[in-house]
Design a protein around this ligand. Sequence first.
Ligand SMILES: CC(C)(COP(=O)(O)OP(=O)(O)OC[C@H]1O[C@@H](n2cnc3c(N)ncnc32)[C@H](O)[C@@H]1OP(=O)(O)O)[C@@H](O)C(=O)NCCC(=O)NCCS
Length: 195
Amino acid sequence: MSASIESSSAAPLDLMFSQDLVDPEVVQMLPPELAIRPLASDDYKRGHLDVLRVLTKAADPGAAAWTAHFLEMRACADTYFPLVIVDKKADRIVASGTLYVERTFSRGLGSRAHPEDIAVDRTKQGRYLGLLLCQALMYIGGRMGVYKTVGNCTDANMPFYLKFGCHRAGRQMVRYTEGAQQPQEPSTSPPAARL
Ligand SMILES: CC(C)(COP(=O)(O)OP(=O)(O)OC[C@H]1O[C@@H](n2cnc3c(N)ncnc32)[C@H](O)[C@@H]1OP(=O)(O)O)[C@@H](O)C(=O)NCCC(=O)NCCS
C-alpha cells in the first residue's frame, strides 16, 4: 500500500501507507508549524535516524540501504505503520514512532499491535508530541481492528504509557542475539517544555 501527499516543497511524498489512517484529531491538535504523516521514502534526508538515536543505536546505513529497507517494509501489507512528526519550516523529523501489526491464529484469526521506536527529538520533548504520536498509533490499531496493543518500556517510561490508557501486564523476557548490534539505555532526561 502506498500513498502520496505534498511535502513542504510541494513535491508529492511517497508514503509508507495512506494519510487517511492518521488520526484527524491529532492533526488538529498539533501546532501549525508541525505536521504528522506516515514515513516517506525520502525521510532519510529529514533526519529519521537522528531522531531514533534519542532512543537507541541507529547506525547510518546510507540513503540507498535505508530506502531499500523502507520498500521491504512497505511490501508487507498492513503490517508496518511508521508515523513521523515533521517541522514543516525546517523540513526535519522531530518525532517518530511505529505501530507493528502482528497477525495470530488465535482470537478468531485476530491481530495485535506493538507501538515501538517512539522517540521525540530532545529539543521538542515535554510538548505532548510523544503523547499525540501514541494517540495516533492507537488510532491506527483501532482502524486495523487489533484486539490489543502491547508495548515494552523501561520502568522510567511507565508513567508515560499510563497516560494513554495502558496498564502493566506480565513481565518481558528477552535474549539478545550474540554478535548482533545491542541497544543502549534510552534517555532518561525529563520532559522540559510544553506546546
Ligand atoms: C518518552 C518520550 C517519547 C515522551 O515524549 P514527550 O513528547 O517528551 O512526552 P509528552 O510531552 O508527550 O508527555 C506526556 C505526559 O507524559 C509524561 N512523561 C513523558 N515522559 C515521561 C517519563 N519518562 N516519565 C514520566 N512521565 C513522563 C509527561 O510529563 C506528560 O505528563 P502530563 O500530562 O502530566 O504533563 C520522549 O521523552 C522520548 O523520546 N524519550 C527518549 C526515547 C524513549 O525513551 N522512548 C521510549 C518511549 S516508551
